[in-house]
Every structure is written in structure tokens, then in C-alpha cells.
Design a protein around this ligand. Structure first.
Ligand code: FES
Length: 107
């Protein structure tokens, strides 16, 4: 059961969430009411309202983003090199401790 750490740097908030392997990162944050993760499309990779910044230490441990995900991120004003769509990140036990930051524009 991986633990996920969400940080809102702008408000100084931090959440430690217990996740089930096989869930997406978006599902875990939405189910725990983390502000800023809206997920309007329900995880079908078409809205980008589940945008997060993945801590640099964890980026290389994730599956590479699909072209579809990259295309959506490209249109975000707040996109950075560590941007990902949380609905496209499948959680595994190896991701225990995964740390993400909530973009300011989604507060
Ligand atoms: S929930 Fe819509 S793109 Fe992730």
C-alpha cells in the first residue's frame, strides 16, 4: 500500500494519503478531497484538471507520459518539466513515498 505525499506550497498544506496499488494518483487525491485536483473528465485524459508537479526525485520512476498526455500538458499555462496528469499515473508499491505538488493555478 503506497503512501502518497501531496504538498500545496502556496498555502503550506501537506497531506499523507494511503493508496491502494492499482489506483491512479488522481483517484487517491480526489477520494481524499485534496483541493486543486478537479478531474473533470473522470480520468479519460481529456481535461488536464488533474495536473500536478511530480517531485523530481520521483519523475524517473514513473512510466513515461503518453503522447496524448504530453499534448494536453503542452497547452497548460502552468506547465513545467515535471508536469504530469495524475489520472495517468498508476500507483504501485514501488511508488511508496511519491511526492507531488499542486499547481498554484489549481488552488
Ligand atoms: S482527469 Fe481529466 S485529464 Fe486527468
Amino acid at each position: 500500500m503506497p503512501k502518497i505525499i501531496c504538498i500545496n506550497d502556496y498555502e503550506g498544506s501537506r497531506w499523507e494519503l494511503n493508496a491502494d496499488s492499482g489506483c491512479t494518483l488522481m483517484e487517491v487525491t480526489v477520494n481524499n478531497n485534496v483541493p486543486g485536483i478537479v478531474a473533470e473528465c473522470g480520468g479519460s485524459c481529456s481535461c488536464a484538471t488533474c495536473h500536478v508537479y511530480v517531485d523530481d526525485l520521483w519523475l524517473g520512476k514513473l512510466e513515461e507520459a503518453t503522447q496524448e498526455e504530453k499534448d494536453l500538458i503542452e497547452f497548460l499555462d502552468a506547465a513545467r518539466s515535471n508536469s504530469r496528469l495524475s489520472c495517468q499515473i498508476l500507483l504501485t508499491d514501488e511508488l511508496d513515498g511519491l511526492t507531488l505538488h499542486i499547481p498554484e493555478s489549481q488552488e
